[in-house]
Design a protein. Structure first.
Length: 261
């Protein structure tokens, strides 16, 4: 179930480096959120650009929601002018989020950049705690480590420049750890980040026989399955079909996805 709500801005602050956090008093939406879902926000003062912008939901409760974002373009740059007390129009929660951890499974979180914001609610509600692999360009791109550790997760950061944790892509930390696992089929991964990372983790899940749930990184312009800008190819018993990331996803099991060459 989704709601449209005029949310009051409860706070809007710098979070870390180029990242900001927007906190919204939105009880109608916040009370419905499940881990891995997203919302669409109408960014004020964007003139002729009338489409809403999709954002992963970082935190949510009966009082409202928080989103963690990076200023990367005209839309997010315009968001910097949003002030506490302003009203913003949101629709959510949208999409199908992460499933419940399977019985006897070992949970693993994998995120690239601010993809870990979409994993926070999953980390919080998981009945078992495990390892979280976070990748970023620099130390400034590794977010929320203390928040995840406070929930009981063992966070393993990687950075392209080696400024925090293991130097290299997130696979540089994940692969050696994976090789040490005695029962690799028991792993259940929850993954969010850029498409190359999603494919890399999905390929490993297929090769080694474990489960990986991937939150697909596509441009979800409408958020409700109408515009078809976010379609991907999904395997079926007889071949394949088009699936809408915003409505059928954004979370898919790795074996469902047919990656474009």
């Amino acid at each position: 179930m989704m709601k449209q709500e005029k949310a009051t801005v409860a706070g809007h602050d710098n979070f870390q480096g180029e990242y900001r956090i927007l906190r919204l008093a939105a009880p109608a939406v916040g009370s419905l959120v499940r881990p891995g879902q997203f919302l669409e926000l109408m960014v004020p003062r964007l003139g002729e650009r009338i489409l809403r912008r999709p954002f992963s939901i970082y935190k949510a409760d009966a009082q409202g929601v928080s989103i963690l974002y990076k200023t990367v373009g005209r839309g997010t740059d315009a968001m910097r002018a949003i002030k506490p007390g302003d009203k913003v129009d949101i629709v959510g929660p949208l999409g199908n989020g992460f499933p419940t951890l399977g019985s006897g499974k070992v949970p693993v979180l994998v995120a690239g950049g601010y993809g870990n914001a979409a994993l926070y609610l999953k980390a919080k509600e998981s009945p078992a705690k495990g390892i979280a692999f976070f990748g970023g360009r620099t130390a400034q791109d590794i977010l929320c480590v203390e928040e995840f550790e406070a929930l009981g997760w063992d966070v393993r950061p990687t950075t392209d420049d080696g400024s925090l944790g293991t130097k290299g892509l997130v696979t540089a930390a994940f692969d050696p750890w994976m090789a040490e696992q005695e029962n690799i089929q028991a792993l259940e991964l929850f993954v969010c980040g850029p498409n190359p990372m999603l494919k890399a983790m999905g390929d490993r899940a297929i090769e080694h026989g474990f489960t990986a749930w991937l939150s697909m990184d596509k441009n979800m312009a409408c958020g409700v399955g109408a515009c078809l800008t976010c379609v991907i190819k999904r395997r079926t018993e007889t071949g394949w079909e088009w699936a809408r990331c915003c409505k059928d996803g954004p979370v898919f099991e790795s074996r469902e996805i047919i990656w474009e060459r």
